[in-house]
Design a protein around this ligand. Structure first.
Ligand code: PMV
Length: 303
């Protein structure tokens, strides 16, 4: 039996601009997806938490079955494997759930078949899965699902790892508003088509925040990183990616002592992240967020 794991991710700085070739600062979190794969008569993918049991041969109208099919095509000879995935991430919430699932399924199948891949190659191959869900993925989600840690991702370049001087302690809150990455990426594309110069300026601004953010993480400067996150949130709001609920979550986190807060991932709903000084203050921030969020939890990165 093969086993695989794909991490969830949070984007500290740089979502959306990363689709247009700018860098993003992201980290893998310990919550993710575990998958197992075992030889079977015919391939199928089971996701018990979603009550899904799919066969690529008969459920082709189901995107998840098509994504699974795309991964089976990766091998010279299509394998026959029964894959089961245990998903511990909310879907459509900006935490890279679909990429974590794709990476976990691929890793479990590789393990069952004795195929060895480096993290970077696995992330690249898992893009075939991601493309089924949205046409133009930057690759940051599969890269972080596969590699973990903190890193600067830029399309077409090798992942550049960043060693945090001290662990990053984040309060993560789910707004409970489901969002579609594809729709949000499409919305930014339409704005870019209508007013290219202004949107490119916004992306350049975000890229500058990412460069400073990398330095702040390496220096362990929580105050600077928090300010950069606030600024990034403002620029994302200017791209119409925030919601009333996400604004309320950011405000609540800041009022409860977070050093900075922003939406993370595609926006239009999904999750918010707040940077905290330490675990104790993160506990207070989470308690305040739980009053209005669907759920809130602490993610510690870079230990
Ligand atoms: O919402 P998520 O977790 O799928 O994150 C999407 C990140 C984007 O930058 C908006 C899209 C991408 O492909 O990088």
């Amino acid at each position: 039996m093969g086993e695989g794991f794909g991490r969830g991710k949070v984007i500290l700085l740089g979502e959306h601009a990363v689709v247009y070739g700018r860098p993003a600062l992201a980290c893998g979190i310990e919550r993710g997806v575990r998958a197992t794969a075992a030889p079977a008569e015919a391939s199928r993918l089971d996701v018990p938490v979603w009550d899904l049991s799919l066969a690529p041969s008969t459920d082709a109208e189901e995107p998840l079955a098509r994504a699974f099919d795309a991964l089976l095509d990766v091998y010279g000879e299509r394998p026959r494997l029964a894959v089961e995935a245990d998903v511990a991430l909310p879907a459509g919430a900006g935490l890279g759930c679909s990429a974590a699932l794709g990476v976990a399924v691929l890793a479990a199948m590789d393990d069952a078949l004795g195929v060895e891949r480096e993290a970077e190659e696995r992330a690249e191959v898992a893009l075939a899965w991601e493309r089924v869900f949205h046409g133009n993925p930057s690759g940051v989600d599969t890269a972080m699902a596969s590699a973990g840690g903190v890193a600067v991702f830029r399309r077409g370049e090798p992942l550049r790892r960043v060693a945090p001087k001290r662990p990053l302690i984040l309060a993560v809150a789910n707004s409970g508003e489901a969002s579609s990455t594809k729709h949000m990426v499409d919305s930014v594309r339409r704005q870019h088509e209508r007013n290219e110069a202004r949107i490119e300026e916004t992306f350049d601004g975000i890229a500058a925040l990412v460069r400073n953010g990398e330095l702040a993480v390496a220096a362990g400067d929580v105050i600077a990183l928090g300010q950069l996150m606030d600024l990034n949130h403002g620029l994302l709001s200017s791209l119409l990616l925030s919601t009333t609920k996400l604004e309320a979550l950011c405000e609540t986190a800041r009022a409860a002592g977070a050093k900075g807060a922003k939406l993370t991932g595609a926006g239009g709903g999904g999750c918010m992240i707040a940077l905290c000084e330490d675990r104790e203050s993160a506990g207070g921030v989470c308690a305040a967020l739980e009053e209005i969020a669907d759920e809130a939890f602490i993610a510690e990165v870079g230990t």
